[in-house]
Design a protein around this ligand. Structure first.
Ligand code: NAD
Length: 488
């Protein structure tokens, strides 16, 4: 990774590295070992990045030359592809992801960049001859500097998910990436910033937290915010951004139900249920955290799923035998376990206790074995609140209507899975679910050409798909009366 990382992971502002002077240590969550140091951004660095992006937007080159933007995005895609192995290794060391899961994340970046390169070239707008000889046309113009705020659970995929459409639209951008992944952020900054033909100041990357993020949200020079993170922070950002009536795209938390109907193929479904829980150690907005099971197959599911979860091997990314890496840090292990303890005290039945690894060589890391709890009260916090860890609740239902009602009884509406071999049930249920994505006999399948986002408390607006561009453009209606009607 040496070619991608600087000795101290720094910010990329106005076409070069910038150091804020406040240096902190990056830690491997699997071992507790220090793996490097980084410069932490505060308001000053955020403002410098905004100023650079504002200057770059004032120069018409970027916002008016869509062919340049497409070339740059495609070249950026190549660069992410060329350095994919390095990014996977870095995500393993700093973010705890197993290499398989790291590859899953990193593979998104070039796909997303290439889709958005195509999007930059396919803006044909609309026009109409409204009355004889008079023409209306709608053009789409970039809104200005885009403020991008992403969480630590998938900085490569989620940073690029917002940056690529911002750049495709002709915006310039400031990405505020989280300090927990400072080394990875610096690699992202290098790959993005070093792209040939990218003008200085168009894409700035800082490593920070809520203080630098808040500067983006409150700046009058940043008319749009693309935020990925928790629902609680999304609400704060939405409120703060309203002072300038700025546009806010929010990709927030989730509490994904996995619905197993009586005719589900359990041999196919249960491995997917396990993956839905353990990918990114349950620190995934789409983590399958609520299992709803038809009562007639509940006994089999209890037994077989418990066995599968007990067999999950937790371990560091450096061990190819690991199925699941660590949690991001030890405070989060403690937080997750307190939620499980509270649920048990409130009446949840333990099917698999799981919990923190406190003995042996893994005890120095932030490891948490998967847990499965059966509950019958849908109002319990463990069912209603996002745990952001490998903790699954199981509930039973007797009818399709009951399954849909349980799934929809949630503040969230990000995603859901339906498992059934019936021809009619899956589509009927998918249409009834209050959810931005629904998978049938599958989980977390995302494609750049299809919209992704949340209903209800899971968000506002959409990432991916053709709708992604809406966070970054203004529509302008131009009415033309060329004078042809009075010609003689
Ligand atoms: P978080 O909301 O605590 O923080 C997200 C980012 O926002 C961080 O970079 C943080 O520094 C910044 N931030 C925090 N407070 C801020 C403020 N007041 N103003 C500006 N910036 C601020 O979330 P997290 O713990 O880092 O990430 C986990 C959450 O993200 C989970 O809820 C998860 O479901 C969600 N998430 C959603 C998606 C999605 O696509 N819907 C994807 C991944 C993660």
């Amino acid at each position: 990774m040496s070619a991608l990382a600087t000795s101290v992971a720094k910010h990329w502002i106005d076409g070069g590295w910038a150091d804020s002077g406040e240096h902190r240590e990056s830690v491997n969550p699997a071992t507790g070992e220090v793996i490097g140091s980084y410069a932490m951004a505060g308001p000053k660095e955020a403002q410098a990045a905004i100023d650079a992006a504002r200057r770059a937007f004032a120069d018409p080159v970027w916002r008016t030359d869509r062919r340049l933007r497409a070339r740059v995005l495609n070249r950026m895609a190549d660069r992410f592809e060329e350095r994919a192995d390095d990014l996977v290794e870095l995500l393993g060391r700093e973010n705890g992801k197993t290499h398989d899961q790291g590859r899953l994340e990193v593979a998104f970046a070039p796909e997303t960049l290439r889709f958005n390169a195509a999007l930059a070239l396919t803006d044909t707008g609309t026009n109409s001859q409204v009355t004889d000889g008079e023409l209306s046309l709608v053009v789409r113009q970039p809104v200005g500097v885009a403020g991008i705020i992403a969480p630590w659970n998938s900085p490569v995929a989620l940073g690029i998910r917002s940056l690529a459409p911002a750049l495709a639209a002709g915006c310039t951008a400031v990405m505020n990436l989280p300090w927990q992944t400072a080394q990875t952020n610096s690699a992202i900054a290098d790959l993005v910033g070093g792209t040939e033909e990218l003008p200085a100041g168009v894409a700035n990357t800082i490593t920070g937290g809520h203080l630098s993020g808040d500067v983006l949200v409150r700046s009058p020079d940043v008319p749009t915010i693309s935020f990925t993170g928790s629902t609680a922070t999304g609400k704060q950002i939405s409120a703060a951004a309203s002072d300038h009536l700025k546009r806010v795209g929010l990709e927030l938390g989730g509490k994904t139900p996995l619905i197993l109907f009586e005719d589900a193929d359990l041999d196919q479904a249960l491995p997917i249920v396990v993956s839905a829980l353990i990918v990114f150690s349950g620190q995934f907005c789409m983590t399958g955290s609520r299992l709803l099971v038809h009562e007639r197959i509940a006994d089999r599911v209890r037994t077989e799923l418990a066995a599968r979860l007990r067999a999950v091997q937790v371990g560091p990314a450096s061990d190819p035998a690991s199925d699941m890496g660590p949690i991001i840090d030890k405070p989060n292990v403690k937080r997750i376990d307190a939620i499980v303890e509270d649920a048990i005290a409130a009446g949840a039945t333990v099917l698999v206790r799981g919990g923190p690894v406190t003995e042996g060589p893994l005890a120095a890391g932030a490891f948490y074995r998967p847990a499965l709890l059966e509950v019958d009260d849908n109002s319990l916090p463990i069912v209603q609140d996002e745990v952001f860890g490998p903790v699954l609740t199981m509930q039973t239902f007797a009818t399709e209507a009951e399954a849909v009602a349980l799934a929809n009884d949630s503040q969230y509406g990000l995603s859901a899975s339906v498992f059934s071999r019936d021809a009619d049930v899956p589509l009927r249920v998918a249409l009834a679910l209050e959810s931005g994505s629904v998978w049938v006999n599958d989980w977390a399948k995302l494609h750049d050409q299809f919209e992704e986002g949340g209903f209800k408390g899971s968000g506002v607006g959409r990432m991916r798909g053709f709708a992604v561009i809406d966070d970054f453009i203004e529509y302008k209606h131009i009415r033309l009366r060329p004078g042809t009607t009075s010609a003689t």
